[in-house]
Design a protein around this ligand. Structure first.
Ligand SMILES: O=C(O)CCC(=O)C(=O)O
Ligand SMILES: [Fe+2]
Length: 283
């Protein structure tokens, strides 16, 4: 085993060789979670088991009859919260177990590359230097074929009108590597308003940290579900996956669309058109 950790990032492999993980969660952090069933925000009391251990249901009665739930403009639960948190949609059972098996086998037939914090990665999209705001398209040939039906299905659900991704990033997490992703904002120069992730093989929690206050909102990301991040969840809260919430192998497929700058009327419109045209080849 080896790893690609740099700077403050660590995984179980480099920690085994002496790397020191920095303390990531503040002691006085107030934790909330989103109810699996009704989408309400509930406060987690100290000492309560992780919402991943027991499905986090809110204390009030909520309707559990739907297999497809959409959490939008989440409302404060009984333990009323005073902050605004919106812009997360969860669609459960977006893929079936059979499709999951097929997808993972397609994905695994391509090479995984080691990434930081115990993750493996596969990228389909432009090569980007976000610091210098430069990108190259010469190694991007198109999105993989296995995404075609998934994107058509997404289109037909109409929760994400005209979503045209120009990047797919597959990430592989495993508890034996201590895989995680530290709280971060996704770029907003190239990438647009919506980030969409399909979660395969195991359920997890997507944790949203307030950029200033010691506040976190854990959002369930069930196996087979899709999560759409936009609005304040996209731009005002950092998101990440904590090591303790990776309980089995997890494969996440994240799709990203173009920002306004790369869309029609924007200063990089032409480059955007090139990317869209490449992405429409399913290879
Ligand atoms: O694994 C995930 O669900 C999140 C990945 C993510 O935030 C990213 O790649 O930027
Ligand atoms: Fe991200």
């Amino acid at each position: 085993m080896s790893c690609a950790c740099k700077g403050v990032r660590t995984c179980l492999f480099c920690e085994g060789k002496g790397a020191r993980p920095i303390l990531k969660q503040p002691q006085n952090e107030i934790q909330y979670y989103i109810c699996y069933k009704c989408g309400k925000i509930c406060k987690m009391n100290v000492g309560e088991p992780s919402p991943l251990a027991v499905e986090p249901f809110c204390q009030t009665a909520c309707d559990d009859t739907q297999s497809l739930i959409v959490c939008d403009d989440l409302v404060a639960g009984d333990n009323a919260c005073t902050f605004k948190f919106d812009g997360v949609k969860i669609i459960r059972n977006f893929v079936s177990f059979e499709e999951e098996k097929e997808l993972v086998s397609f994905i695994d037939s391509s090479q995984w590359v080691e990434s930081q914090s115990g993750r493996y990665k596969q990228d389909y999209g432009p090569k980007v230097n976000f610091k210098k705001r430069k990108l190259k398209t010469d190694t991007f040939y198109g999105l993989p074929k296995y995404t075609h039906t998934l994107l058509e299905r997404l289109e037909s659900l109409s929760v994400t009108p005209s979503f045209k991704p120009v990047e797919l990033c597959n990430l592989d997490y495993h508890p034996t590597r201590g895989s995680a992703i530290d709280p971060h904002f996704d770029d907003n120069w190239l990438w647009g308003d919506r980030l969409i992730t399909i979660n395969l093989l195991s359920s997890t929690l997507l944790s949203f940290n307030h950029p200033v206050d010691p506040l976190v909102v854990h959002v369930p990301h069930p196996r087979l579900s899709i999560v759409i991040i936009e609005g304040s969840a996209r731009y005002n809260w950092l998101h990440g996956i904590r090591r303790e919430n990776v309980t089995g192998r997890r494969v996440a497929m994240t799709f990203r669309e173009l920002s306004r700058e790369f869309s029609s009327g924007g200063s990089e419109e032409k480059l955007g058109e090139t990317l869209l045209s490449i992405a429409s080849n399913f290879i």
